[in-house]
Design a binder for this molecule. Structure first.
Ligand SMILES: [Zn+2]
Length: 252
């Protein structure tokens, strides 16, 4: 009778590999699959939140998560963000070439890849069209007024990137000057992109941008704004470092 130890040494030798290679290959494949599954579950969850919050309509918006140095898991094109399943997700490499998945990846994947390239600290990207923030983007107004103490500490200011045609390199190029310094950007006549270490952090930043936009709009409707002064902002930034609040950008 063939013993287990004999079988273990037989098959890998026939394949020209050691048993260790055989086990580690399966181990790595298992780890890859579980990372894809976890990432897919996160994209499904935060896609549903985007839809529930009305940050997207119809098939708008897209999300992605970095799996490793060369692979990104992203939402597909032409699907409602509240209707996605884990199996709908697409794996692409750092240049956007599809590695895995039945569907086609979002046409706005180039913007995600540019952010991952410029910001090694970023692990997830969320793009949506929340109404109030997008209205500011369509009016050509950045959300950079120091109005709310909490937001100065967490989100920082949100710049406005010039218009770029969606689904083209023009869109990514318009974001280039801002990506290293901010964690959320308004895209003129389009929407918002936010990013962070995790899908949760990226989503929270998207939510904070829309919340901030509503406050700015309300103060403009009231007709009065009391901006924080330089001294107050400095104290908030010092408190941010003391409490270890996640920085508003990689460089600022
Ligand atoms: Zn868009």
């Amino acid at each position: 009778m063939l013993r287990i130890s004999q079988a273990m040494s037989y098959f890998p030798k026939r394949l020209g590999h050691s048993w260790f290679d055989f086990v580690s290959f399966n181990y790595l494949r298992g780890r890859r699959r579980s990372k894809e599954k976890t990432g897919g579950q996160q994209l499904v969850y935060f896609g549903k939140l985007l839809h529930q919050k009305a940050f997207v309509s119809a098939t708008d918006g897209n999300l992605s998560v970095r799996l490793d140095d060369h692979r990104i898991l992203a939402t597909p094109t032409a699907i409602g963000k509240g209707m996605m399943q884990v199996r709908d997700m697409v794996v692409v490499d750092e240049t956007g070439v599809k590695l895995k998945g039945k569907r086609d990846v979002s046409s706005e994947i180039g913007m995600h890849l540019t952010i991952y390239k410029l910001r090694p600290d970023v692990g997830a990207v969320v793009h949506a069209h929340p109404c109030t923030a997008t209205a500011f983007a369509c009016a050509g107004i950045a959300l950079d007024e120091p109005l709310c103490s909490e937001l100065v500490m967490t989100l920082g200011s949100v710049p406005l990137a010039p218009y770029g045609t969606t689904g083209t390199a023009e869109l990514s190029e318009s974001l280039l000057p801002f990506i290293p310094y901010y964690n959320a950007i308004l895209m003129a006549n389009h929407g918002v992109v936010a990013y962070g270490k995790t899908p949760c952090e990226a989503y929270h930043r998207m939510e904070a941008v829309e919340h901030f936009a509503r406050i700015v709009l309300a103060t403009r409707q009231i007709g009065k704004q009391m901006l924080l002064d330089g001294d107050q902002i400095q104290k908030l930034l010092e408190a941010k470092h003391r409490y270890g609040v996640s920085p508003s950008g990689a460089g600022k």
